[in-house]
Design a protein around this ligand. Structure first.
Ligand code: EUG
Length: 611
């Protein structure tokens, strides 16, 4: 199948900026050239799929009422075949990287509010008809569930289509105020257009929502890489339709204006509420403020380390550099296998056997590549004046040189198509699309992020890595470890790349995730974020004192959302209406569907050789 044009940002809020169009077109062509799955999935059940306990006549009446509120152009019923698309043309009807059948986590309809008042009206509508709604900003939470509602048949509230403005760029305060539909691509363009000497902070891929990523507590790579930590002020629609502003935003500005200190001071007065609107289902964020980093000089570098066993020493060298803030950003430590994967070439180019690519085969290929025969690669960036950069590099060099055989390399040492050049961009706030190239590892690839937190300590890092590696091995997956390193911990991102058209491989990916969550939790390690269908299991690992935290979250949920209409099950938090009725997907349940009425199991789908 040949690919058609890639939508651009000047035409649609989810589009690619012009300067990345060529790269995006090439990425799309590569992905589609390896696609063997059908272009869409026909559906063999009555459509649209209804929300639980809602009759078709009630649903139809509710949709008519919703059309009355938003206009019929802003309501769509999900009754067509499902199209997975690709990164830039992603669906808002289901999870593009489905882990069960594509039609498992689907919406009944999508709606497009155009203002905070309309969001509030949609929430009131949902309470009236007791229909679950699932807000998305852009819907690119890929690897974590994408746009898919946790409860089948929910109405997806797609905030991004009509609420995608950069409301303010403040060149004195170095901050911005944005709506949910603003992607990193778009914020970058608008900040640049403002002419102020400031950066944005972007994740590896720039197509995500700035608001959505921050409320899921995502990470970027400059000094402002902690996205939630660098937000300042929110506007939130509560599950009863009430609208609040957090921090200084709660204090009205003169003559009905926004408070002038809304983006200057995070806490305001009273309990700091913002935290409960991240990784939760307690409110819909309709505006969010962010601090922006002043433009500065920067130098990206890579350090290669020769031996697998160097890992522990690398970690112990990094820790003091981070704690002392000699390294101030979020650097990445990657395994050499990723040098193979990020070329965008398929796994079969490197290895045609079953299961993981053997270490010797990786070595053989790496030896002929720009990184050379190495085991681990550290990608760092230092910031400041030329002199500061030189001084910092000297210290970093002395530290890493303690590991025999380590090599320092700079962008100019590497060929023009090497990955380091995309790190230069990302680590200086320029959004990219390069990271997508991993997906060519498998045909029809989807991916799942396993994302536990590791202390930056040699013992913990090694224990956690070995647990993850061995469980990947058991289920036949290559391990792609990326460590995103913050002050005192590392976000360990192990990316499972699987073929969405291979039932057995999908089931193994899920079984592998479930086992990793379980085994790592037994050793005290937990995930910072997870896929919607693994949220129950992960939430329950945070169960100190007989699930006290869950009871606290449920108390909040029931009081804020007594009818349980807002994203039930998101982050493992179920409203009273759903609790104990089979919705929770815990480890022992082993269900291969999100729907309590369906009893298919993951174990059933995994081929016997992997059990
Ligand atoms: C990455 C980092 C993440 C995440 C998913 C992916 C990086 C991939 C630190 O958080 O959640 C290269």
């Amino acid at each position: 199948m040949s690919s058609s044009a890639v939508p651009v940002l000047s035409d649609v809020h989810t589009g690619i900026p012009e300067n990345l169009l060529e790269k995006a077109t090439a990425a799309k062509e590569r992905l589609y050239s390896r696609k063997t799955a059908p272009p869409y999935y026909e559906r063999d059940e009555q459509l649209p799929v209804l929300p639980p306990d809602v009759s078709r006549s009630t649903f139809n009446a509710a949709i008519a009422a919703l059309e009355g509120i938003l206009g019929s152009a802003n309501v769509e019923v999900n009754d067509k075949p499902l199209v997975d698309g690709w990164y830039i043309e992603h669906p808002n009807t289901h999870d593009a990287y489905h882990v069960f059948s594509p039609g498992d986590s689907v919406s009944s309809a999508q709606c497009y509010p155009g203002s905070v008042e309309e969001v509030s009206a949609v929430v009131k509508w949902a309470n009236k008809f007791e229909i679950p709604i699932y807000p998305i900003s852009i819907g690119r939470n890929l690897g974590y569930g994408g746009a898919a509602p946790r409860v089948r048949g929910s109405v997806v509230v797609d905030l991004g289509r009509r609420m995608n403005k950069v409301l303010k760029v403040d060149g004195e305060n170095y901050s911005c105020l944005v709506e949910p539909g603003v992607t990193y691509y778009k914020l970058y363009d608008e900040v640049k257009r403002s002419g102020f000497p400031m950066w944005i902070d972007t994740p590896d891929l720039g197509g995500g929502s700035v608001v959505g990523n921050a409320v899921d507590r995502g990470v970027g790579y400059t000094l402002y890489g902690d996205h939630f930590g660098n937000h300042c002020g929110m506007e939130v629609v509560l599950p009863n339709g009430e609208v609040i502003r957090t921090g200084m935003g709660a204090l009205p500005g003169p003559d009905g204006t926004d408070n002038p200190t809304w983006q200057s001071f995070q806490y305001g007065y009273g309990p700091y509420a913002d935290g409960i609107f991240s990784q939760s289902n307690f409110g819909i964020v309709t505006k969010m403020g962010f601090w922006l980093m002043p433009d500065t000089q920067h130098q990206t570098f890579m350090v290669t380390f020769p031996n697998d066993e160097d890992f522990a020493d690398i970690v112990d060298i990094i820790r003091p550099l981070m704690i002392k803030r000699i390294l101030g950003n979020i650097p990445q430590l990657r395994n050499v296998i990723q040098e193979l994967a990020v070329t965008g070439r398929p796994k079969t180019d490197f290895y045609k056997g079953e299961g993981r690519v053997p270490r010797e085969v990786i070595r053989e290929h790496a030896s002929k590549m720009p990184c050379g025969d190495c085991a681990w690669i550290f990608y760092g960036t230092v910031y400041g004046t030329k002199e500061q950069i030189a001084d910092t590099l000297k210290i970093v060099n002395i530290e890493f040189s303690k590991i025999a055989g380590s090599k320092f390399l700079f962008p100019e040492d590497m060929p023009a198509d090497h990955y380091i050049h995309s790190r230069v961009s990302v680590c200086s706030g320029v959004p990219e699309i390069r990271e997508l190239d991993w997906l060519n590892w498998k045909p029809n690839a989807g991916h799942l992020f396993f994302a536990p937190i590791s202390p930056t300590k040699k013992h913990d890092a090694r224990v956690l890595y070995e647990l993850v590696r061995d469980i990947h091995d058991e289920f036949g997956f290559d391990v792609f470890p990326t460590y995103c390193i913050a002050n005192r911990e590392m976000h360990f991102i192990a990316n499972i790349v699987y073929d969405r058209d291979d039932e057995d491989e999908k089931a193994r990916a899920m079984a592998c995730m479930r086992k990793m969550i379980d085994v790592c939790a037994q050793h005290g390690y937990g995930e910072y974020r997870t896929h919607i269908l693994l949220a129950d299991q992960v939430a329950h690992t945070y169960g100190w004192n007989n699930q006290a935290m869950m009871r606290f979250n449920e108390t909040l949920k029931d009081s804020l959302d007594p009818k349980g209409i807002l994203a039930p099950g998101r982050a493992g938090i179920w409203p009273a209406k759903y609790r104990g009725k089979g919705w929770e997907l815990l480890l022992g349940d082993d269900r291969a569907t999100s729907n309590p009425a369906d009893i298919k199991t993951v174990t059933e789908l995994v081929s016997a050789s992997h059990l």
